[in-house]
Structure formats: C-alpha cells, structure tokens
Design a protein around this ligand. Structure first.
Ligand code: NAD
Length: 275
C-alpha cells in the first residue's frame, strides 16, 4: 500500500497529492476501475460532469467501505452550465448523481473567456463553499489573466488550478504564479496521455536506473515538483503501477534531465480559445 502525502490547500483542507482520474472511463467501467484504485491505495478521485460517470464514482465510494472523510472527491462544472443560477442547479445535479451530500473540491472546468461568465460562476461557487456543500473550490485551465480577474473581482482565491502539465509542457509561469498566490497546482494528462513521451530514451534510461517504468518516472517528477496528479488507466496492473512511486527519489540531475523534455507541446485545447 502506497503512502501518499497530502497537500494543505489555502483554506486548510488536505488533499491527497496522488489521485485517480476517470476521464474517458465509460459509465459501465467506472465502478470497477475506482474500486481497483481504492484497493491499490488511491483515496482521491477526479471526475467531472462532462465525463458522464459521476454515478459510478459515487457508487464506488459508497461500496468501498471507506468512510466519507477518507476519500477526496473532485467534480467539475460542465462548460454549458456557467452562470450563477445554472451553476447552482448543475451542482445540485452532481450531488444527486454522486449520491453524496458534499464534494471535496468543485472546479470551473474551463474559463471560456469568450462567454465572459466565469466571474459570475465563481460567485455561485463561493456560495456553495460557504454552505459547506463543497469543502473547497477551484478552477481548471485558467490562465494568469483569468486568475487575476478573479482576484480583482471576487473575494476568494481558488484552492487549485488544474492545468495541462507534463514534461513537454511544464507550465513554469503558471506554477510560479500559483506559488506566489497560494494556489495548488493540479496536473492533468500528467503522463502525456500515455503517448510518445513515455518512449523517450531519457525516460526509458531513468526507468532502468531507478527500477521504474517511464510512466512512474514522470509521475515521481510531478510529486517532487509538488504537483497534484491523478493519472487515468482502466488496466488494473497500470492502476497499481502508477501510484507505486513513493519508494524512490529522483536526483537533482535527473530532475534536470526531465526538464529537457520541455517542447511547449499542448495535447489539449488552448484555454484562451476553448469554448
Ligand atoms: P494521462 O496522462 O493520465 O494518460 C492516461 C493514458 O495513459 C491512459 O489512457 C493509458 O492509455 C495510458 N497509461 C496509463 N497508465 C500507463 C502506464 N503506467 N504506462 C503506460 N501508459 C499508461 O491522461 P488523462 O487521462 O488525459 O489525464 C488524467 C486525468 O486528468 C483525467 O482522467 C482527468 O481526471 C483529468 N483531466 C482533466 C482535464 C481538464 O480539462 N481539467 C483534461 C484532461 C484530463
């Protein structure tokens, strides 16, 4: 069983640094995948309204035998549900699908600056948090100007910003901004969606040196940078492999070798344009 450290968010809530992402896990596969993740030691699940598998996540939580406060559940507002009233209604629907009376973290999924609704939406999030129905609130895919606007126009600094982040896109500017403002960094597609990144000779070589797979080397790199990660897999052996990164420590030189993989490559959409 892995010993996953926790990170304390800016409101005092503790989040397990390592979790399980369920994007693209079908509704019928979700209960089993999350159950296997719990058995492997995961205690943090990252879902979203848009993933259409909140029911399965909630069912797996209820069937796990774990007490509610041992599990950290994140969900995200669907892109079509921004605006104060819509966000409130959509949040109620999430709790119903999850079968829970609160979530641990609720995120605005994408800023969609063209719609200009994220500030109003954030005010609904503040209300949801003050009612105790989300223990923490945060954002996803926000760029620095979006974060600055929230800071200027609202009273709550997001607890996290969940952004695309992997060795090909290490997001130095956003990470520095987050550090300065007390926002935790969550890394999505942390292993580059399992693509070419994991075949890079340098990662393969580091894997041989440490007795780990390239995916584990990249996940350990995230952990040492202080990022919160939740790789996705439906393959039981990979679910177990991915979290097994707490018995090695990459040297500074090896961290620097991984930093060489920065190519500015985005695998997902550009947050300034998306939506
Ligand atoms: P990921 O980097 O976690 O890669 C997952 C893929 O890598 C799997 O589908 C599988 O093909 C492969 N893989 C998994 N384990 C492996 C291993 N040990 N060895 C080799 N290949 C392996 O990508 P992701 O699913 O896009 O991101 C993880 C989570 O981040 C998602 O499930 C979701 O929770 C979150 N996410 C959020 C956003 C957002 O906009 N906020 C966007 C994408 C993903």
């Amino acid at each position: 069983m892995s010993h996953v450290p926790s990170i304390t968010l800016n409101n005092g809530v503790e989040i397990p640094q390592f979790g399980f992402g369920v994007f693209q896990i079908g509704p019928d596969q979700t209960v089993d995948a999350v159950r296997i993740a719990f058995e492997a030691g995961y205690r943090h699940i990252d879902t979203a309204q848009g993933y259409r598998n909140e029911e399965g996540v909630g069912q797996a939580v209820r069937e796990s035998g774990l007490s509610r406060d041992e599990v950290f559940v994140t969900t995200k507002l669907a892109n079509g549900r921004q605006g104060y009233d819509e966000a409130m209604t959509a949040f109620d629907e999430s709790l119903q699908r999850l079968g829970l009376d609160h979530v641990d973290l609720f995120l605005i999924h994408w800023p969609q600056p063209g719609k200009d609704l994220y500030v109003e939406t954030w005010k609904a999030f503040e209300k949801i948090a003050s009612d105790g129905r989300a223990r923490s609130i945060g954002v996803s895919n926000f760029q620095i100007p979006h974060l600055e606007r929230l800071a200027a126009e609202t009273g709550t600094v997001p607890a996290v910003n969940q952004i695309e982040l992997h060795p090909m896109l290490p997001q130095a500017d956003l990470r520095a901004y987050h550090r300065e403002h007390g926002i935790a960094t969550e890394a999505w597609s942390p292993i580059g969606q399992g693509g070419d990144l994991l075949r890079d000779d340098r990662l393969v070589g580091l894997g041989e040196k440490y007795g780990k797979s390239p995916a584990q080397i990249v996940l350990r790199w995230h952990v040492q940078l202080g990022n919160i990660v939740f790789p996705k897999s439906v393959t039981p052996s990979r679910i177990r492999e991915n979290i097994d990164v707490f018995d090695v420590e990459l040297s500074d030189d090896d961290m620097a070798t991984i930093a060489e993989l920065d190519s500015g490559t985005r695998l997902g959409p550009d947050p300034d344009r998306f939506g």
